[in-house]
Write a protein that binds this ligand. Structure first.
Ligand SMILES: [Zn+2]
Length: 263
């Protein structure tokens, strides 16, 4: 249902990156001006989990704690620390976690092991997971998720093309599209994939402060979410207002699979 107070959801961002330089209040104010009212905030390693935790009391923030594949070999005691945080924050998801064969030197077997352990945690604590996947990892990722069955998975910054797409849809996955939709020239492959995503599985993100469509020197921020949405609405051929309501519903559905009474 569309109500005047329905806001946009940024389904993947790292608001904690705006704490150190004091820009977070300004970033939040600009997001509010663009009616971006919900944030799935993802941690990446024990180094930023406490910053994410410091934002978690805000009802607009949906915290996720996870060990990113890039950092899978940088911590030996992450598992008990992650478990503690998940117990402390019963509405938190696990993210971002995943596999990456392209943008990191972290040994792949270590990435796989770290991913599996976190999926097992997600299964036992009934937490949704946000997944990062880059490079030729799709078969392994799909196999791991099928084996450990977390209650929900959100594939962030979807760039997988149509590879395995049907299998992920059948599995009940949610798909989040981001700043890549704003690039010029547009990626036909990405647009074709977006057209194939069922409306009830679609989410949008900025990946702030990363993946600014202007390039690496720029920091993206949640206020850019409506600009992403304009492209998504045009490609999906649905009104912007409908898309806003849809992504809000999908956020709730994706996160609701946590513990009873939690989310
Ligand atoms: Zn990522």
């Amino acid at each position: 249902m569309i109500t005047p107070d329905t806001g946009w959801t940024d389904a993947h961002c790292q608001l904690q990156e705006f704490i150190a330089d004091g820009s977070l209040p300004e970033i939040r104010a600009r997001a509010a001006a663009f009616n971006v009212t919900a944030f799935l905030v993802n941690g990446t390693s024990p180094d930023d989990w406490l910053q994410v935790a410091s934002l978690a009391d805000d009802p607009a923030v949906h915290p996720h704690f996870g060990l990113h594949p890039w950092f899978a070999d940088r911590s030996d005691d992450w598992e008990p620390r992650l478990r503690d945080l998940l117990h402390r924050f019963p509405r938190a998801g696990i993210g971002e976690i995943g596999l990456d064969r392209q943008l990191t030197d972290t040994p792949y077997p270590r990435q796989l092991d770290t991913l599996r352990r976190q999926l097992i945690l997600a299964q036992s604590l009934r937490r949704p997971c946000t997944l990062h996947a880059v490079g030729n990892v799709w078969d392994d990722l799909l196999a791991a998720v099928r084996e450990h069955t977390p209650p929900a998975v959100l594939l962030h910054a979807w760039g997988g093309g149509t590879n395995n797409l049907k299998a992920w849809i059948d599995l009940g996955a949610y798909f989040s599209f981001g700043g890549a939709l704003r690039r010029t020239p547009p990626s036909r492959k990405l647009e074709d994939t977006l057209r194939q995503i069922p409306p009830d599985r679609l989410l949008l993100e900025t990946d702030a402060p990363w993946q600014d469509p202007r390039g690496k020197k720029h920091r993206s921020e949640p206020a850019q979410l409506p600009a992403v949405a304009e492209h998504a609405a045009r490609i999906k051929n649905i009104p912007l207002e409908t898309l806003r309501a849809l992504t809000e519903q999908n956020r709730t559905a994706c996160l609701r699979t946590g513990p009873p009474g939690g989310l």
